[in-house]
Design a protein. Structure first.
Lengths: 376, 337
């Protein structure tokens, strides 16, 4: 590879719902780049039959989609090989959070994008705030919808730019009723679910705050490093203290309990805002056979999930879970331990304290955060 | 209202683009005021619009409110909301002209720059080192029916050669770092405006649930434990999350002199941290704090653990333990005592 090689950069057009104009604004930018003599192609775009958007793509080169047969249906996915072969300076890839049809080289479109970046191709892409992994529980709490297609926060953090595409909710609802977003039947369904005004206002606030946070993160980096690009976020989360200037260190206790996923997301989010180091551990009892193989497998899945969010993990061995956890925390100068709220909270205290109480009592000098079991 | 964080983010363009779309839908839109110098893109859009010429008052241009009222369109575009009218005009400020149009049943689409928001001026001046005279009160934004952010990365503003120099009163700002800081302030300002809308909506519909779009931290203090560190951490966390900080305590009719000193010291710390201080009534410590937290959209409760544990608390649990159990969808952070 030549010395002058640069990894590609990503620019994300962030919105809070379908129809706010992300794709339109992205294509507008593509046209501007083309006008400035930049070699731009469309790698994937999803017009949803919207006139304005389709018209906006005119005059831009489109790489045809790759046809994929899956269970008797034909799907069109991004043709990464064709894009690599064509090797434009900038590639437009719509819907960053999309999951590819099973059997594709990468499971997720954001992983496809990594391949393009590694090849030095710059990418323009779109996403909604509800696709951000660490907001999954909050969004579920007020929409009642579990968003399945998510993007780890570090992927967004790596983007060079995040731009907010804004539209007031009322204007969006007007668009929807005019049929400018979806076909009538789908529009009606949408308005009963995601497109309630209260939900849209809340999602919009989340999107604006997220953009402000992304801006904040980037200019702090500018200040600290004198303008070098954002470093790989993995380096920020390492267990070795020397490299990190973080004052806060967060330790998440992962168990087989389903609440672990929400705990990991929340820990990751708090760590990002506090610019803290973040790691996760699980405690295995070496003697007693206290958990079943199935439970152990679940713990493994949770640990894997943490690693996907760029949280360093470690398996601890110990008889007493609370003591093992607190000892490890002390040894690694942890400032905050994250625990899930116990599910069965009505046990009488004198029958033996729960894990939370035991950790709180042992953790003298360390803060203990009990994360809400977010419910609707 | 289109809100931007600097000259050149593209507010005028977005406003005129909206006007174009409205006209295509058959709405009656005219232009009441434009910037003195505009980019070619904006120029092209303006050419297709009916423009009411500015009136010259003592050699200075101002929006012709009377002519607009006579024409009485459905929508009137007013570029540059923060404009000081020349002496002898109907109102000293352009935003007052806009109020005049609104009260006469004309809808207004307008643009404003962060640096002109009165309540944010000091903050902006610290970054830019420039003082801007013309201002618009923040309440004007809060009462706008719709506010839309015009966001763009700083390099976009810098690359644009077509920025009107001193078209709006403040001269163009240049450093990327400065622009980035302004951008963050503008976004957070917009988020606060939207948060008010959300709260109003939830209140109207009697929804008491914590939606957690905005982090709000409640530090619970008592007459037993020194909470200085907890409050300091609360402040720092609230700042990092761009959230709000509350400090709550439960009123007691009887306190020993020592207890009174501890509580007063805690409240003094809270005041120094510019927290919202709340004195709550209630016998049940955990229950009272939780009730307050639910009613105020608190997302995180911070409390200080007490070293001394009474014998009955060993059996029935400490207030801290009770609070953890009752907190449901609020995070609880326990600080060492």
């Amino acid at each position: 590879m030549p010395d002058s090689f640069h990894r590609g950069t990503v620019k994300i057009f962030l919105g809070y719902a379908a129809g706010v104009g992300k794709t339109y604004q992205m294509l507008d930018e593509a046209h501007k780049l083309k006008g400035n003599g930049v070699d731009v192609v469309i790698g994937y775009f999803e017009p949803h039959g919207r006139k304005d958007t389709i018209a906006k793509a005119e005059g831009l080169e489109i790489i045809p989609r790759r046809k994929v047969d899956y269970r008797g249906a034909v799907f069109g996915e991004t043709d990464i090989d064709a894009i690599l072969l064509r090797h434009p300076q900038v590639c437009v890839i719509d819907e960053f959070a999309h999951s590819n049809v099973p059997g594709s080289a990468q499971a997720k479109r954001w992983e496809d994008v990594q391949v393009l970046l590694d090849a030095g191709i710059n990418v323009l892409t779109t996403m909604n705030v509800q696709h951000l992994e660490s907001l999954n529980d909050q969004v579920w709490q007020f929409t009642g919808i579990r968003v399945r297609e998510t993007i780890p926060d570090w992927v967004v953090k790596q983007a060079d730019e995040v731009v907010m595409v804004d539209l007031p909710p009322q204007a969006l609802l007007n668009r929807l009723t005019r049929g400018a977003v979806y076909a009538p039947e789908k529009a009606r369904q949408a308005m009963e679910n995601f497109f309630k005004e209260s939900t849209l206002v809340a999602l919009r606030e989340l999107a604006i705050r997220q953009t402000a946070h992304e801006v904040d993160v980037r200019h702090s980096v500018l200040q600290e490093d004198g303008g070098t690009p954002w470093p790989g976020s993995q380096a920020m989360d390492t267990l070795s203290t020397q490299k990190s200037s973080a004052t806060d260190r967060i330790l998440i206790l992962v168990t087989e309990d389903p609440s672990s996923a929400a705990l990991i997301r929340r820990g990751r989010r708090v760590a990002d805002y506090l610019k803290a180091d973040c790691f996760a551990v699980c405690v295995h009892c070496d003697k007693t056979q206290d958990i079943s193989p199935l439970q152990r497998e679940t713990v493994g899945k949770h640990m894997n999930f943490a690693r996907n969010l760029h949280i360093e993990t470690q398996v601890l061995q110990g008889e007493n879970m609370a003591r093992t956890l607190v000892d490890f925390a002390r040894l690694h100068q942890v400032t905050q331990i994250f625990l899930a709220r116990p599910q069965h909270e009505m046990w009488p205290v004198f029958l033996g304290r729960g894990l939370v109480e035991r950790v709180v009592r042992l953790a003298r000098g360390i803060q203990v955060t009990i994360v809400a079991g977010r419910r609707q | 209202m289109f809100l931007g964080y600097a000259v050149g983010v593209g507010k005028s363009f977005r406003m005129l683009d909206e006007a174009r779309r409205r006209r295509e839908r058959g709405e009656d839109v005219i232009v009441g005021a434009t910037q003195t110098k505009v980019s070619p893109l904006v120029e092209a859009l303006l050419d297709k619009m009916q423009v009411i010429p500015l009136r010259i008052v003592g050699g200075v241009p101002a929006m012709d409110v009377e002519a607009i009222l006579r024409r009485h369109p459905q929508f009137c575009l007013v570029d540059g909301l923060a404009y000081d009218n020349p002496p002898g005009s109907l109102h000293p400020k352009r935003w007052q002209d806009v109020e005049h149009l609104l009260s006469n049943g004309i809808s207004v689409i307008t643009t404003v720059n962060l640096q002109h928001i009165e309540e944010r001026q000091e903050e902006v001046e610290k970054i830019t080192g420039k003082h801007v005279k013309a201002t618009v009160p923040l309440d004007f934004l809060r009462y706008a029916d719709e506010i839309e952010i015009v966001d763009a990365p700083p390099d976009f503003c810098l690359q644009r050669g077509d920025i009107p120099p001193a078209g709006e009163i403040g001269a163009a700002i240049s450093l990327p770092q400065e622009l980035s800081e302004l951008r963050e302030i503008a976004l957070l300002l917009a988020a606060d405006v939207v948060d008010c809308q959300l709260e109003a909506y939830l209140a109207r519909n009697g929804i008491k649930q914590v939606w957690g779009t905005h982090e709000r931290i409640l530090v619970c203090v008592s007459r037993y434990a020194d909470a200085a560190l907890t409050i300091a951490s609360g402040r720092r966390n609230a700042d990092r999350f761009h959230g709000e900080l509350f400090v709550g305590h439960i009123k007691r009719s009887y306190m020993t002199p020592e207890e009174r000193i501890v509580l007063e010291r805690n409240l003094a710390e809270a005041q120094a941290a510019s927290a919202r201080i709340e004195a709550l009534d209630g016998e049940d410590v955990a229950g009272t704090f939780i009730q307050f937290a639910r009613g105020h959209g608190i997302t995180q409760i911070f409390l200080t653990n007490r070293m001394r544990i009474r014998w009955w608390e060993r059996i029935f649990g400490t207030p801290v333990e009770h609070l953890i159990r009752a907190a449901e969808n609020i995070d609880v952070r326990v600080f060492p005592g």
